[in-house]
Design a protein around this ligand. Structure first.
Ligand code: KG4
Ligand code: ZN
Length: 439
């Protein structure tokens, strides 16, 4: 079987053409070779539904099988991080080619780890929106072809809905709850009312926090420090910031401080930190590729400015939820996920906000915060259990297409803005002592 997979991967590599790989005969040939093998289930598993999830919306090729109880039966992940770090950012055609090269092997490995075959699955879920079009199409078409070949239902998944609901796989989180998603492609605040019902309170009007962290890490040349050479920009900044002083560089007014809503903005902060870096480079007369002696201070103060901004908008969102009685009083939960939610410093700020506002903070483990196949499989399982959004026959499956841009749920951002919630002196302090930086 592996040989056939490799043969197919070679084909992908040579042709670099998704039409080639979406040919149903190709998939049939490969996946039917194991048909005669006996099914191998543990008896305890036999009553459980099994969903395969496939993720290729950005730069991770992920696959996983979960059961109805949220057990991860098998999983595999190929990260493109090292390639993109070397290239200085994600180049969409390269991301697509790497997905094409790896998808068969990743799905096969997940199934092998689970001791399962495609015909044992109840359904296959794949991210179809939002994301990079060239990347989305690889996982979507691969999953659709598998479904049609094996007569298995297909469940199209919204990547951000999947991030939002992952927490429910590991912890009891009942609807409705508040959810903050912070990643390399998004920053948004929403109320999750149900598996497929979300109210969007605010989102970024420009760049995403992870994207900005990655750019700042590159501008600071953190890759030239051996300890950080293989880390994502956000992780590198978090680690270096532990040695820095949050008060060392000024950021002035909060982004969008004149707008009493829950929208976010990060491009202005990025420009401010670039200015600080430029000035420091002149002061220290640094050579190309040299890391500034003040890099730790720059990281600490920038991270503080970025996370303070997110927390301010979050606090306003919590007041809005109270005023509109969107989440019943009592043990309310804030779920925070997406790659940037791995940041411990950010989690500390979030705990302060939650403690003051009467929320319990729920962050999935870091492995589930970043992109992976598990969250897609779990979202598929939630939909499967609820009987929502399942394409059962070839015509329905064919009708599903990728959507590179897709909002999360019903857009309430204008209503939030119209409420004009001004908090002035009610802002929750995030730093332990009074310091000379804007909070
Ligand atoms: O959710 P994710 O895996 O991919 C999407 O963007 O959808 O998030 C990746 C982002 C990257 O920008 C990365 O720099 C950031 O998450 N990230 C972090 C940390 N770990 C990953 N940002 C801050 N602190 C971290 N520890
Ligand atoms: Zn993501």
């Amino acid at each position: 079987m592996l040989n056939l997979f490799l043969k197919k991967n070679k084909l992908f590599h040579l042709n670099k053409c998704y039409h080639q790989f979406s040919s149903s005969s190709l998939i049939k040939g490969i996946w039917k070779t194991n048909e005669t093998k006996p099914r191998c289930f543990h008896t305890s598993r036999s009553q459980q539904s099994l969903i395969l999830g496939i993720e290729t919306s950005c730069d991770d090729t992920g696959a996983a099988i979960v059961d109805s109880k949220g057990n991860i039966i098998g999983e595999a992940l190929h990260s493109q991080l090292q390639t993109h770090l070397a290239m200085g950012g994600i180049i969409p055609p390269i991301a697509r080619d790497l997905h094409i090269q790896n998808i068969s092997q990743i799905v096969e490995t997940a199934l092998q780890n689970a001791n399962l075959e495609v015909k044992d699955l109840d359904a296959i879920a794949a991210t179809v929106k939002p994301g990079m079009p060239l990347s989305l199409v690889v996982g979507t078409e691969f999953a659709k072809q598998l479904c049609k070949t094996w007569n298995v239902p297909f469940i199209p998944i919204h990547h951000m809905e999947a991030h939002a609901l992952t927490a429910r796989m590991v912890e009891k989180v009942d609807f409705p709850f508040l959810v903050l998603l912070v990643s390399g492609g998004h920053c948004l605040l929403a109320v999750a009312k149900n598996v497929d019902e979300f109210l969007l309170l605010g989102e970024s009007v420009d760049s995403a926090p992870g994207e900005v962290l990655d750019k700042v890490a590159r501008r600071l040349k953190l890759r030239n420090m051996p300890a950080f050479s293989t880390l994502s920009g956000g992780k590198a900044i978090e680690m270096l910031a532990t040695q820095g002083d949050v008060t060392s560089f000024e950021y002035g007014n909060q982004p969008m401080f004149k707008y009493n809503d829950c929208s976010f903005s990060f491009t202005g902060l990025r420009e401010k930190v670039y200015k600080h870096i430029g000035r420091e480079e002149i002061i220290h007369n640094t050579e190309a590729d040299q890391v500034l002696p003040s890099a730790a201070n720059l990281c600490a103060s920038f991270q503080h400015a970025l996370f303070s901004h997110i927390c301010r908008r979050l606090q306003r969102g919590m007041h809005y939820v109270d005023m509109k009685q969107m989440i019943p009083e009592g043990p309310r939960k804030l779920v925070v996920s997406g790659g940037v939610a791995c940041n411990d410093y950010f989690r500390k700020y979030l705990s302060i906000i939650c403690a003051e506002m009467g929320y319990t903070l729920v962050c999935p483990p870091p492995k589930l915060c970043t992109d992976n196949g598990i969250m897609i499989a779990w979202n598929g399982m939630e939909k499967w259990t609820a009987g929502i959004g399942i394409a059962k026959n070839a015509d329905d499956i064919d009708a599903i297409d990728i959507e590179p841009k897709a909002k999360l749920g019903v857009d309430m951002t204008e209503d939030v803005r119209n409420m004009n919630i001004s908090l002035k002196k009610k802002w929750i302090k995030l730093l332990p002592k009074k310091v000379n930086v804007s909070q």
